[in-house]
Design a protein around this ligand. Structure first.
Ligand code: PEP
Ligand code: MN
Length: 336
């Protein structure tokens, strides 16, 4: 159950609600986010909702049968919208496009990418400065200095930044330069990282784990929400299956299922989802028809020279074509 508390609730009133939850055989957890105050009750016994609902200090109470609670659509039926400021929003009626190189490579690469994004009406740039690489000998990112250069260029041009944070110690140094912290597929269940991101007042996009289930992704989001941060996005980026013809198996099913289960925006990553440049477009477009709230894809002015993931990276011509297709598919979707 989710009990939404009044903002100005006193400690003693809150304590009596907690006692009542315990008396129903439910385990109470207090959650204070940047937006609201809640008590989450976990238990199985049936009870009469009036036993709690009539108590002082309560705004609303919801019975949520899912094991995740705050990210569930069962209590918050309307879609959540994430506001990045300066008129940039994601979710509900705002579709988001995010594009950029796999890795931030330097000033020239940053400025060329930003010029392309602006020409194509994209206002969120992706790129990694801390790169999780399968081999320690591969390029592992420009680090915080790269992020600072990127931030300066992005702010000059009204572009928002989404970038991966790999460990707790990076959060603080990155904080001033990031609009969306990305949790990578290798860190989806790094619960310490998720706990810490719960304390941050910036948006967080959690990617689905490499072999992660939809349920596990939702529970990862529950960590951040219950840690205090409601500004969350989920990202389907493909999962590892027995199929070898593509880098990952993009799980198109995850899009409508997530949209059904959670009020959070759902983003698709067709680049990592299929891993093959020539096939990024159909996966991107299919995910939009399936209901995605946004798409994140990799672009580079010379993909064959990209420091990482060139094989799945679109050049600027291909990117511009994809953006056009995305806009017409969005129009088509609106007509459904
Ligand atoms: C990325 O976005 O560049 C990335 C490493 O993604 P993932 O965590 O989905 O593999
Ligand atoms: Mn990549």
């Amino acid at each position: 159950m989710i009990i939404q508390l009044e903002q100005n609730i006193t400690d003693s009133v809150k304590e009596s609600i907690i006692e009542q939850v315990k008396s129903l055989n439910y385990k109470p957890t207090e959650v204070v986010t940047q937006i609201g105050k809640y008590i989450i009750g976990i238990g199985k016994d049936e009870f009469d909702i009036r036993q709690i609902g009539s108590l002082e200090g309560i705004n609303d109470i919801h019975i949520v049968s899912d094991s995740y609670q705050l990210v569930s659509k069962k209590w918050k039926v309307s879609d959540t919208q994430i506001d990045l400021g300066d008129g940039v929003t994601i979710g509900a009626d705002s579709f988001a496009m995010m594009a950029g190189p796999c890795s931030i490579e330097g000033e020239e690469n940053i400025y060329k990418t930003i010029a392309h994004l602006k020409e194509n009406g994209i206002n969120i740039m992706r790129g990694g400065v801390y790169k999780p690489r399968s081999s320690p000998y591969s390029f592992r990112g420009m680090g915080i200095e790269g992020l600072k250069i990127w931030y300066k260029a992005a702010r000059e041009n009204g572009i928002k930044i989404v970038t991966e944070v790999m460990q707790v110690s990076q959060i603080e140094e990155m904080y001033d330069y990031v609009d969306i912290f990305q949790v990578g597929a290798r860190n989806t269940q790094n619960f310490n990282l998720l706990d810490e991101l719960g304390k941050v007042d910036k948006a967080v996009m959690i990617k689905r784990g490499i072999s992660g289930t939809i349920d596990e992704l939702l529970h990862s989001a529950e960590y951040v929400f219950s840690g205090g941060n409601e500004r969350l996005l989920l990202c389907e980026r493909g999962i590892r299956t027995y199929e070898k013809a593509s880098r990952n198996t993009f799980d198109i099913n995850a899009i409508p299922i997530l949209k059904d289960k959670t009020h959070l925006p759902v983003i698709s990553d067709p680049s990592h989802g299929i891993g093959i440049r020539d096939h990024v477009d159909p996966v991107a477009l299919a995910s939009i028809i399936a209901g995605a709230d946004g798409v994140i894809f990799e672009i580079h002015d010379k993909p064959e020279e990209a420091y990482s993931d060139g094989q799945q990276t679109l050049d600027f011509d291909e990117s511009a074509k994809l953006v056009k297709k995305i806009r017409s598919v969005l129009q088509l979707r609106e007509s459904f």
